[in-house]
Design a protein around this ligand. Structure first.
Ligand code: FES
Length: 123
């Protein structure tokens, strides 16, 4: 293991557990992890919207985004950044790899990119 490693990978699910275009939540060592399948590409994010802390499970997959089922905020599954209000911050992502038919994740979530500051407009 190197200093840049996020730790060991843990088996979370089988690839067949999450159908293409769908997502499913899994619990592992106290982590609530949402796995999303985009045409065979798998992503793992924290199963908690940053807006009002509602579960993201069951949210629609649109492109590389998951849409919060409660109020519709969109999050990029690649890095967790928020793309639309009402969320103003992103969600954590988990490093994921597929080994044979197993989905494995590191339990060292990555923070999303910091929100961009919007300059105030003087009048
Ligand atoms: S709880 Fe997700 S957008 Fe409000």
């Amino acid at each position: 293991m190197t200093a840049t490693d996020g730790g060991e990978f843990h088996s979370l699910a089988r690839t067949s557990d999450v159908a293409p275009g769908k997502n499913k939540a899994f619990q592992l060592n106290g982590h609530d992890i949402l796995v999303c399948n985009i045409n065979g590409e798998f992503y793992a994010v924290r199963n908690m919207c940053s807006h009002a802390e509602e579960k993201l499970e069951g949210g629609r997959i649109r492109g590389h985004c998951v849409v919060c089922p409660k109020h519709g905020a969109r999050f990029d599954l690649k890095d967790g950044r928020h793309l639309t209000p009402p969320a103003w911050t992103g969600i954590a992502t988990y490093p994921l790899r597929v080994v044979d038919d197993r989905i494995e994740v590191q339990l060292n979530p990555q923070d999303p990119p910091a929100p961009k500051r919007v300059a105030s407009i003087g009048m």
